[in-house]
Write a protein that binds this ligand. Structure first.
Ligand code: TYM
Length: 338
Protein backbone atom coordinates (compact mmCIF):
# COMPACT_ATOMS: atom_id res chain seq x y z
CA UNK A 1 0.00 0.00 0.00
CA UNK A 2 1.69 3.09 -1.21
CA UNK A 3 0.31 6.49 -2.10
CA UNK A 4 2.12 8.09 -5.01
CA UNK A 5 1.70 11.67 -6.18
CA UNK A 6 2.35 10.54 -9.76
CA UNK A 7 -0.67 8.27 -9.89
CA UNK A 8 -4.34 9.12 -10.24
CA UNK A 9 -6.40 8.50 -7.14
CA UNK A 10 -9.60 6.51 -6.80
CA UNK A 11 -11.99 6.68 -3.88
CA UNK A 12 -15.24 4.85 -3.28
CA UNK A 13 -17.36 3.55 -0.43
CA UNK A 14 -20.36 1.43 0.52
CA UNK A 15 -22.72 2.02 3.43
CA UNK A 16 -22.93 -0.93 5.86
CA UNK A 17 -26.67 -0.42 6.17
CA UNK A 18 -27.90 -3.84 5.03
CA UNK A 19 -26.80 -7.07 3.44
CA UNK A 20 -24.76 -6.14 0.40
CA UNK A 21 -26.48 -7.05 -2.85
CA UNK A 22 -25.33 -8.03 -6.30
CA UNK A 23 -26.26 -4.41 -7.20
CA UNK A 24 -23.44 -3.20 -4.93
CA UNK A 25 -21.18 -5.90 -6.28
CA UNK A 26 -21.79 -5.42 -10.01
CA UNK A 27 -22.23 -1.64 -9.88
CA UNK A 28 -19.23 -0.97 -7.65
CA UNK A 29 -17.08 -3.56 -5.81
CA UNK A 30 -16.40 -5.86 -8.80
CA UNK A 31 -15.15 -2.87 -10.80
CA UNK A 32 -12.85 -1.73 -7.99
CA UNK A 33 -11.10 -5.04 -8.21
CA UNK A 34 -10.18 -4.48 -11.87
CA UNK A 35 -8.82 -1.03 -11.03
CA UNK A 36 -6.22 -2.34 -8.58
CA UNK A 37 -4.46 -4.40 -11.25
CA UNK A 38 -1.66 -2.74 -13.13
CA UNK A 39 -0.83 -0.53 -10.15
CA UNK A 40 -1.99 2.49 -12.14
CA UNK A 41 -3.98 4.14 -9.35
CA UNK A 42 -3.88 4.96 -5.67
CA UNK A 43 -7.07 3.26 -4.47
CA UNK A 44 -8.97 4.03 -1.27
CA UNK A 45 -12.09 2.09 -0.30
CA UNK A 46 -14.05 2.96 2.75
CA UNK A 47 -16.96 1.53 4.73
CA UNK A 48 -19.22 4.56 5.15
CA UNK A 49 -20.65 3.90 8.62
CA UNK A 50 -21.18 7.61 9.28
CA UNK A 51 -23.49 7.85 6.28
CA UNK A 52 -25.49 4.90 7.60
CA UNK A 53 -26.76 6.64 10.74
CA UNK A 54 -28.73 9.13 8.62
CA UNK A 55 -31.30 6.33 8.84
CA UNK A 56 -31.87 4.62 12.24
CA UNK A 57 -29.63 1.58 12.72
CA UNK A 58 -29.40 -1.10 15.36
CA UNK A 59 -25.97 -0.32 16.93
CA UNK A 60 -24.84 -3.95 17.32
CA UNK A 61 -25.93 -4.76 13.79
CA UNK A 62 -24.19 -1.70 12.38
CA UNK A 63 -20.95 -2.73 14.08
CA UNK A 64 -21.28 -6.25 12.72
CA UNK A 65 -22.12 -5.12 9.21
CA UNK A 66 -19.19 -2.73 9.16
CA UNK A 67 -16.76 -5.60 9.67
CA UNK A 68 -18.73 -7.82 7.27
CA UNK A 69 -18.55 -5.18 4.56
CA UNK A 70 -14.78 -5.02 4.94
CA UNK A 71 -14.67 -8.83 4.75
CA UNK A 72 -16.65 -8.67 1.50
CA UNK A 73 -14.15 -6.15 0.10
CA UNK A 74 -11.24 -8.46 0.84
CA UNK A 75 -13.12 -11.60 -0.24
CA UNK A 76 -13.96 -9.90 -3.56
CA UNK A 77 -10.27 -9.76 -4.31
CA UNK A 78 -9.35 -6.29 -3.04
CA UNK A 79 -5.83 -6.73 -1.80
CA UNK A 80 -5.13 -4.92 1.51
CA UNK A 81 -1.53 -4.54 0.39
CA UNK A 82 -2.55 -2.66 -2.75
CA UNK A 83 -5.55 -0.64 -1.56
CA UNK A 84 -6.16 1.58 1.42
CA UNK A 85 -9.28 0.13 3.03
CA UNK A 86 -10.73 1.59 6.19
CA UNK A 87 -13.81 2.55 8.17
CA UNK A 88 -14.99 6.13 7.75
CA UNK A 89 -15.50 6.85 11.46
CA UNK A 90 -11.90 5.76 12.18
CA UNK A 91 -10.61 8.80 10.28
CA UNK A 92 -11.92 11.93 12.05
CA UNK A 93 -10.92 14.24 9.18
CA UNK A 94 -14.00 13.05 7.25
CA UNK A 95 -16.36 14.61 9.78
CA UNK A 96 -14.14 17.66 10.17
CA UNK A 97 -13.96 18.44 6.46
CA UNK A 98 -17.68 17.69 6.10
CA UNK A 99 -18.45 20.55 8.48
CA UNK A 100 -16.36 22.98 6.44
CA UNK A 101 -17.92 21.79 3.17
CA UNK A 102 -21.41 22.16 4.65
CA UNK A 103 -20.68 25.87 4.67
CA UNK A 104 -19.91 25.81 0.94
CA UNK A 105 -22.91 23.70 -0.10
CA UNK A 106 -26.17 25.41 -0.90
CA UNK A 107 -29.59 24.57 0.53
CA UNK A 108 -31.00 24.57 -3.01
CA UNK A 109 -28.39 22.09 -4.22
CA UNK A 110 -29.10 19.68 -1.38
CA UNK A 111 -32.86 20.01 -1.92
CA UNK A 112 -32.47 18.83 -5.50
CA UNK A 113 -30.80 15.52 -4.58
CA UNK A 114 -33.07 12.69 -5.70
CA UNK A 115 -31.76 10.34 -2.99
CA UNK A 116 -32.75 12.87 -0.31
CA UNK A 117 -36.23 13.12 -1.80
CA UNK A 118 -36.59 9.32 -1.96
CA UNK A 119 -35.19 8.65 1.49
CA UNK A 120 -37.18 11.41 3.17
CA UNK A 121 -40.36 10.03 1.58
CA UNK A 122 -39.49 6.60 3.04
CA UNK A 123 -38.47 7.92 6.49
CA UNK A 124 -41.10 10.56 7.14
CA UNK A 125 -40.64 10.27 10.91
CA UNK A 126 -36.90 10.95 10.74
CA UNK A 127 -36.02 13.56 8.11
CA UNK A 128 -32.91 14.64 10.01
CA UNK A 129 -30.30 17.25 9.09
CA UNK A 130 -27.73 14.51 8.43
CA UNK A 131 -29.92 12.97 5.75
CA UNK A 132 -30.10 16.39 4.12
CA UNK A 133 -26.38 17.21 4.30
CA UNK A 134 -25.28 13.66 3.52
CA UNK A 135 -23.74 14.75 0.15
CA UNK A 136 -21.40 17.19 1.95
CA UNK A 137 -19.97 14.29 3.97
CA UNK A 138 -19.64 12.29 0.77
CA UNK A 139 -17.86 15.25 -0.85
CA UNK A 140 -15.49 15.33 2.14
CA UNK A 141 -14.75 11.60 1.68
CA UNK A 142 -13.84 12.19 -1.93
CA UNK A 143 -12.04 15.54 -1.72
CA UNK A 144 -9.83 14.66 1.26
CA UNK A 145 -7.59 12.43 -0.85
CA UNK A 146 -7.29 14.47 -4.07
CA UNK A 147 -9.52 11.90 -5.76
CA UNK A 148 -9.63 11.92 -9.57
CA UNK A 149 -12.13 9.10 -10.17
CA UNK A 150 -15.07 7.79 -8.17
CA UNK A 151 -16.28 4.35 -9.32
CA UNK A 152 -19.97 4.08 -8.42
CA UNK A 153 -23.33 2.91 -9.76
CA UNK A 154 -25.49 5.42 -11.60
CA UNK A 155 -27.56 6.24 -8.48
CA UNK A 156 -24.54 7.99 -6.91
CA UNK A 157 -23.69 10.10 -9.97
CA UNK A 158 -25.64 13.13 -8.77
CA UNK A 159 -23.74 13.12 -5.45
CA UNK A 160 -20.37 12.92 -7.19
CA UNK A 161 -21.40 15.79 -9.44
CA UNK A 162 -22.25 17.85 -6.37
CA UNK A 163 -18.80 17.04 -4.94
CA UNK A 164 -17.36 18.44 -8.19
CA UNK A 165 -19.41 21.64 -7.84
CA UNK A 166 -18.30 22.07 -4.23
CA UNK A 167 -14.64 21.56 -5.21
CA UNK A 168 -14.87 24.09 -8.04
CA UNK A 169 -16.61 26.62 -5.77
CA UNK A 170 -14.01 26.26 -3.03
CA UNK A 171 -11.14 26.51 -5.53
CA UNK A 172 -12.63 29.68 -7.00
CA UNK A 173 -12.72 31.35 -3.61
CA UNK A 174 -9.40 30.14 -2.14
CA UNK A 175 -7.29 29.11 -5.13
CA UNK A 176 -6.38 25.63 -6.22
CA UNK A 177 -7.07 23.30 -3.27
CA UNK A 178 -9.16 20.30 -4.32
CA UNK A 179 -8.80 18.01 -7.30
CA UNK A 180 -12.10 18.08 -9.19
CA UNK A 181 -13.31 14.46 -9.20
CA UNK A 182 -15.20 12.61 -11.90
CA UNK A 183 -17.70 9.79 -11.59
CA UNK A 184 -16.45 6.55 -13.15
CA UNK A 185 -19.45 4.51 -14.22
CA UNK A 186 -19.25 1.36 -16.29
CA UNK A 187 -22.01 0.72 -18.80
CA UNK A 188 -23.00 -2.81 -17.71
CA UNK A 189 -23.96 -3.15 -14.08
CA UNK A 190 -24.39 0.58 -13.49
CA UNK A 191 -27.98 -0.06 -12.40
CA UNK A 192 -29.26 -3.46 -11.36
CA UNK A 193 -33.01 -3.49 -10.79
CA UNK A 194 -35.19 -5.13 -8.16
CA UNK A 195 -36.26 -8.70 -8.98
CA UNK A 196 -39.73 -8.01 -7.59
CA UNK A 197 -40.31 -4.56 -9.12
CA UNK A 198 -37.94 -4.31 -12.09
CA UNK A 199 -38.56 -0.61 -12.60
CA UNK A 200 -36.97 0.10 -9.18
CA UNK A 201 -33.27 -0.07 -8.22
CA UNK A 202 -32.18 -3.24 -6.38
CA UNK A 203 -31.58 -2.02 -2.85
CA UNK A 204 -30.05 -3.59 0.27
CA UNK A 205 -32.56 -1.75 2.45
CA UNK A 206 -35.62 -3.14 0.61
CA UNK A 207 -38.02 -4.85 3.03
CA UNK A 208 -38.86 -7.52 0.47
CA UNK A 209 -35.94 -9.98 0.64
CA UNK A 210 -37.03 -11.53 -2.66
CA UNK A 211 -36.33 -8.24 -4.44
CA UNK A 212 -32.57 -8.54 -4.06
CA UNK A 213 -29.82 -11.15 -4.20
CA UNK A 214 -27.47 -10.80 -1.25
CA UNK A 215 -23.80 -11.32 -2.06
CA UNK A 216 -23.81 -13.90 0.75
CA UNK A 217 -27.09 -15.66 -0.15
CA UNK A 218 -26.76 -19.44 -0.44
CA UNK A 219 -26.93 -21.18 -3.81
CA UNK A 220 -30.45 -22.50 -3.11
CA UNK A 221 -31.73 -19.09 -2.08
CA UNK A 222 -30.16 -17.43 -5.13
CA UNK A 223 -31.76 -19.93 -7.51
CA UNK A 224 -35.10 -19.69 -5.76
CA UNK A 225 -35.11 -15.87 -5.87
CA UNK A 226 -34.28 -15.79 -9.58
CA UNK A 227 -37.05 -18.34 -10.24
CA UNK A 228 -39.52 -15.94 -8.63
CA UNK A 229 -38.22 -12.86 -10.47
CA UNK A 230 -40.98 -10.82 -12.07
CA UNK A 231 -40.84 -10.90 -15.89
CA UNK A 232 -43.57 -10.41 -18.51
CA UNK A 233 -46.17 -12.43 -20.41
CA UNK A 234 -43.94 -12.86 -23.47
CA UNK A 235 -41.78 -16.00 -23.70
CA UNK A 236 -38.91 -14.75 -25.80
CA UNK A 237 -35.53 -14.02 -24.12
CA UNK A 238 -34.56 -10.78 -25.87
CA UNK A 239 -33.43 -7.32 -24.77
CA UNK A 240 -36.21 -4.92 -25.69
CA UNK A 241 -38.04 -1.84 -24.54
CA UNK A 242 -40.75 -2.59 -21.98
CA UNK A 243 -39.22 -5.93 -20.92
CA UNK A 244 -37.67 -4.53 -17.72
CA UNK A 245 -37.57 -7.84 -15.86
CA UNK A 246 -35.93 -9.79 -18.68
CA UNK A 247 -33.59 -6.90 -19.54
CA UNK A 248 -32.44 -6.88 -15.92
CA UNK A 249 -31.88 -10.65 -15.82
CA UNK A 250 -29.96 -10.44 -19.11
CA UNK A 251 -27.78 -7.67 -17.67
CA UNK A 252 -27.03 -9.73 -14.56
CA UNK A 253 -26.26 -12.81 -16.66
CA UNK A 254 -24.03 -10.72 -18.92
CA UNK A 255 -22.12 -9.27 -15.94
CA UNK A 256 -21.46 -12.71 -14.46
CA UNK A 257 -20.62 -14.54 -17.68
CA UNK A 258 -19.11 -11.79 -19.85
CA UNK A 259 -21.53 -12.71 -22.66
CA UNK A 260 -23.05 -9.98 -24.84
CA UNK A 261 -26.81 -9.48 -25.16
CA UNK A 262 -26.74 -10.98 -28.69
CA UNK A 263 -24.93 -14.07 -27.43
CA UNK A 264 -27.48 -14.47 -24.66
CA UNK A 265 -30.38 -14.09 -27.10
CA UNK A 266 -28.86 -16.81 -29.32
CA UNK A 267 -28.16 -19.10 -26.36
CA UNK A 268 -31.80 -19.00 -25.21
CA UNK A 269 -33.45 -18.88 -28.62
CA UNK A 270 -36.47 -21.20 -28.50
CA UNK A 271 -36.08 -21.81 -24.76
CA UNK A 272 -38.51 -20.53 -22.16
CA UNK A 273 -38.09 -18.06 -19.30
CA UNK A 274 -37.89 -20.92 -16.78
CA UNK A 275 -34.73 -22.31 -18.30
CA UNK A 276 -33.23 -18.84 -18.62
CA UNK A 277 -33.94 -17.92 -15.00
CA UNK A 278 -32.30 -21.12 -13.81
CA UNK A 279 -29.21 -20.35 -15.91
CA UNK A 280 -29.01 -16.82 -14.44
CA UNK A 281 -29.30 -18.24 -10.92
CA UNK A 282 -26.59 -20.81 -11.53
CA UNK A 283 -24.22 -18.30 -13.15
CA UNK A 284 -24.69 -15.92 -10.22
CA UNK A 285 -24.23 -18.65 -7.59
CA UNK A 286 -21.14 -20.01 -9.39
CA UNK A 287 -19.57 -16.55 -9.59
CA UNK A 288 -20.23 -15.77 -5.93
CA UNK A 289 -19.12 -19.16 -4.54
CA UNK A 290 -15.36 -18.40 -4.30
CA UNK A 291 -16.09 -14.99 -2.76
CA UNK A 292 -18.35 -16.58 -0.14
CA UNK A 293 -15.75 -19.21 0.71
CA UNK A 294 -13.12 -16.56 1.21
CA UNK A 295 -15.57 -14.45 3.22
CA UNK A 296 -16.24 -17.32 5.64
CA UNK A 297 -12.52 -17.81 6.14
CA UNK A 298 -12.00 -14.13 6.88
CA UNK A 299 -14.88 -13.92 9.33
CA UNK A 300 -13.42 -16.80 11.29
CA UNK A 301 -10.30 -14.70 11.91
CA UNK A 302 -11.54 -11.27 12.92
CA UNK A 303 -8.16 -10.23 14.24
CA UNK A 304 -6.73 -10.30 10.71
CA UNK A 305 -9.48 -7.95 9.49
CA UNK A 306 -9.17 -5.72 12.53
CA UNK A 307 -5.43 -5.46 11.89
CA UNK A 308 -6.01 -4.33 8.31
CA UNK A 309 -8.54 -1.78 9.48
CA UNK A 310 -6.35 -0.28 12.10
CA UNK A 311 -3.23 -0.03 9.95
CA UNK A 312 -5.11 1.38 6.97
CA UNK A 313 -7.03 3.90 9.04
CA UNK A 314 -3.76 5.29 10.40
CA UNK A 315 -2.42 5.74 6.91
CA UNK A 316 -5.66 7.27 5.60
CA UNK A 317 -5.72 9.61 8.62
CA UNK A 318 -2.19 10.74 7.85
CA UNK A 319 -3.12 11.54 4.22
CA UNK A 320 -6.40 13.18 5.19
CA UNK A 321 -4.81 15.35 7.87
CA UNK A 322 -2.57 17.01 5.28
CA UNK A 323 -5.56 18.09 3.19
CA UNK A 324 -7.56 19.14 6.23
CA UNK A 325 -4.71 21.38 7.49
CA UNK A 326 -4.53 23.04 4.10
CA UNK A 327 -8.28 23.69 4.10
CA UNK A 328 -8.25 25.01 7.68
CA UNK A 329 -5.48 27.43 6.77
CA UNK A 330 -7.30 28.62 3.64
CA UNK A 331 -10.59 29.31 5.40
CA UNK A 332 -8.80 31.23 8.15
CA UNK A 333 -8.70 28.95 11.19
CA UNK A 334 -5.92 29.89 13.61
CA UNK A 335 -3.28 27.17 13.80
CA UNK A 336 -2.69 25.72 17.26
CA UNK A 337 0.85 26.08 18.59
CA UNK A 338 2.60 22.72 18.74
P1 TYM B 1 -24.51 2.56 -1.34
O1 TYM B 1 -24.05 1.93 -0.08
O2 TYM B 1 -25.97 2.82 -1.52
O3 TYM B 1 -24.03 1.68 -2.58
C1 TYM B 1 -22.68 1.30 -2.73
C2 TYM B 1 -22.32 1.25 -4.20
O4 TYM B 1 -23.17 0.33 -4.89
C3 TYM B 1 -23.79 0.98 -5.99
N1 TYM B 1 -25.14 0.42 -6.13
C4 TYM B 1 -25.63 -0.09 -7.27
N2 TYM B 1 -25.08 -0.22 -8.49
C5 TYM B 1 -25.84 -0.82 -9.43
N3 TYM B 1 -27.11 -1.25 -9.22
C6 TYM B 1 -27.69 -1.14 -8.00
N4 TYM B 1 -28.91 -1.59 -7.78
C7 TYM B 1 -26.93 -0.52 -6.95
N5 TYM B 1 -27.20 -0.26 -5.66
C8 TYM B 1 -26.09 0.34 -5.17
C9 TYM B 1 -23.83 2.45 -5.61
O5 TYM B 1 -23.96 3.27 -6.74
C10 TYM B 1 -22.51 2.60 -4.92
O6 TYM B 1 -21.48 2.78 -5.86
N6 TYM B 1 -23.34 7.32 -0.60
C11 TYM B 1 -22.82 6.05 -1.04
C12 TYM B 1 -21.62 5.59 -0.23
C13 TYM B 1 -20.52 6.60 -0.19
C14 TYM B 1 -19.65 6.94 -1.25
C15 TYM B 1 -18.76 7.93 -0.72
C16 TYM B 1 -19.50 6.49 -2.56
C17 TYM B 1 -20.19 7.34 0.90
N7 TYM B 1 -19.10 8.17 0.58
C18 TYM B 1 -17.76 8.49 -1.50
C19 TYM B 1 -18.48 7.06 -3.34
C20 TYM B 1 -17.62 8.05 -2.81
C21 TYM B 1 -23.90 5.02 -0.91
O7 TYM B 1 -24.85 5.18 -0.20
O8 TYM B 1 -23.69 3.89 -1.62
Amino acid sequence: MEFSKDKKTIFSAVQPSGNLTIGNYLGAIKNWQTLQDGGEFNCLYCVADMHSITVRQDPALLRRRTLETMAVYVASGLDPEKNIMFVQSHVPAHAELAWVLNCYTMFGELSRMTQFKDKSAKNEQNINAGLFTYPALMAADILLYGTDLVPVGIDQKQHVELARDIAVRFNQIYGDTFTVPEPYILQTGKKIYSLAEPEKKMSKSDENVNSFIGILDSRDVIIKKFKRAVTDSDTHVCYAEGKNGINNLMTIYSCFTGKTMEEIEREFDGKGYGEFKLAVGEACADALAPLQKQYNCLMSDRSYLEGILSQNADYAAYLARKMLSKVYRKVGFLAKNK
